[in-house]
Design a protein around this ligand. Structure first.
Ligand code: HEM
Length: 348
């Protein structure tokens, strides 16, 4: 893979990426034995897909008029898919613990002369994949590889990944322990963060991306006016998130998210390009609104046509204009793995 001047690619990386892609396919086969339909490698459970409009703010600061955001006031059609990150389809709460929740945004037919890194079945789309916490849980490829090996050997139970924190493991270094502790802290943060309604919370790209030639961005979507307090139902049904989304979409008020960016110079310290557990302090580097996502209501998210369309959508951070190129090892890994997962689930 070609790299960008701000990235450092270790020699062994392509082989590790191959291994994760191979494990992704094996895990899909194991979870969905024939004749079951093969679903996404992760995020297989959808709460619903909605049609949306994505509009670049008319008053966007000139310094931010880059790539997709080049033309103030530009309007695009979009799709949004809300999901659980969990690798398997199950109840939304597992042992009363919250899981990671996803919001994937696909901005369709992006305008301009700029090339896309990967086209979307022949079309030009800009995808923004987000989760409801600002950091991704895994630092590097060997960790992600080890996690997937553990999932394959232990029927999708990841707890062994954290075993080195409680026991003596031969060959494990202080540095390994530090990294696993960081992952455990991110997972702990996810588990303590309730989501009662997928339309009411803030989502984050949780990784760095290019912003034009020499700046770096992180992105987020947040309900206009801020995230709403999240109070879980007393006795949540296994699909309470899908039910909450469908109920809100049956009402008549549109749902609007601000789409916002943190943008920093590529020569700054502490960007964490090769470590997706990094978060940029929002006090020091505040998010700036650059666009709005409007989901018009009512929409029936429960029809077979909408559900099937939702299954067939393919999101990847590499459906992207060159200006917003995904950066860092976790994003490089994602290129091949998303492709493998989508091909294996036989999307058109
Ligand atoms: C910054 C970190 C990440 C974020 C924010 C993220 C977010 C998401 C979201 C929101 C989806 C659901 C897309 C949809 O609705 O169709 C998704 C799908 C997926 N993610 Fe990630 N993800 C991240 C990292 C990773 C990594 C490191 C891997 C593994 C290499 C991975 C593998 C996948 C796969 C296989 C799918 C399903 C692809 C498909 O079949 O279409 N993700 N991700």
């Amino acid at each position: 893979m070609t790299s960008c001047p701000f990235e450092k690619i270790p020699q062994q990386e392509p082989g590790q990426i191959e291994e994760v892609a191979d494990l992704t396919e094996k895990l899909q086969n194991k979870r969905y034995p024939k004749p079951e339909r093969i679903l996404r490698g992760v995020h297989p459970k959808s709460h619903g897909c909605v049609a949306a409009n994505f509009e670049v703010n008319a008053d966007i600061d000139q310094s931010l008029q880059v790539g997709l955001f080049s033309r103030p006031g530009a309007k695009y059609q979009a799709w949004v898919r809300f999901s659980n990150a969990s690798a398997t389809v199950g109840p939304d709460l597992v042992d009363s613990k919250n899981g990671s929740r996803g919001m994937a945004l696909k901005v369709l037919d992006v305008a301009g002369d700029e090339a896309v890194l990967l086209d979307d079945g022949g079309a030009r789309s800009q995808d923004f994949l987000m989760i409801n916490t600002p950091a991704f849980a895994f630092v590097n490829l060997p960790d992600y590889l080890r996690l997937n090996q553990i999932l394959l050997e232990n029927n999708d139970d990841p707890s062994m990944f954290f075993a080195p924190l409680g026991t003596e493991v031969p060959g494990i270094t202080e540095e390994d322990i530090e990294r696993i502790k960081r992952s455990a802290a991110v997972v702990g943060g996810i588990q303590s963060k309730p989501v009662a309604n997928p339309l009411g919370v803030q989502y984050f790209g949780a990784a760095p991306f290019l912003f034009g030639a020499d700046r770096i961005m992180r992105f987020s979507a947040e309900p206009v006016g801020g995230a709403q307090p999240q109070v879980l139902p007393d006795d949540p049904s296994p699909n309470y998130l899908r039910e909450a989304l469908a109920a809100q979409m049956s009402e008549t008020s549109d749902i609007v998210f601000d789409f916002k960016l943190q943008v920093r110079g590529s020569d700054e310290e502490g960007l964490g390009i090769e470590d997706a557990t990094t978060v940029w302090d929002e006090e020091e580097f505040p998010f700036v609104n650059v666009a709005t996502i409007t989901v018009s209501a009512p929409q029936d998210v429960g029809t077979e046509t909408v559900k099937e369309g939702c299954e067939q959508l393919v999101f990847t951070p590499w459906h992207s204009l060159e200006s917003h190129r995904p950066l860092g090892r976790i994003n490089r890994l994602r290129k091949q793995v998303y492709q493998t997962s989508a091909d294996h689930r036989e999307t058109p």
